[in-house]
Design a protein around this ligand. Structure first.
Ligand SMILES: [Zn+2]
Length: 126
């Protein structure tokens, strides 16, 4: 429930932050309400610096999403900002808060090699 509320707040924040074309607003206001995809125009991009706080990027339905290299949790694209990524690190991995980047880079390469193993196994099922 809480997550849903947060997402709604995030969307409002986004439409304020990004320049949503006023043309679509003029066309039909009710259409925008029925189509949440229109509101989510702003796609946040991954910054290589985010590995400093333990995050890599993964593509989910054509948009980059931040993925934690420690617990592999994939956050929403709207969470792709240092403050929210830092919050994940400090709440879920408080012991790793001041860990040097090297640690996360190593975790990332571990994660990638694990992924390769998983995909080579699951590849047969398709
Ligand atoms: Zn995590």
């Amino acid at each position: 429930m809480d997550k849903r509320l947060n997402r709604a707040t995030d969307n409002t924040f986004t439409s304020e932050n990004c320049s949503v074309s006023s043309a679509s607003k003029l066309e039909s206001a009710s259409e925008d309400v029925n189509n949440p995809m229109k509101i989510r125009k702003c796609v946040r991009k991954y910054d290589p610096e985010y590995i400093n706080i333990g995050f890599t990027a993964i593509d989910v339905s054509n948009e980059p999403r931040p993925q934690c290299v420690i617990c592999f949790e994939i956050l929403s694209n709207q969470s792709m900002k240092p403050s929210l990524l830092n919050r994940h690190l400090s709440t879920k991995h408080s012991t790793l808060k001041n860990t040097p980047k090297d640690y996360f880079v190593r975790k990332l390469s571990e994660m990638k090699s694990t992924k390769k193993i998983i995909s080579s196994f699951s590849g047969c099922t398709y």
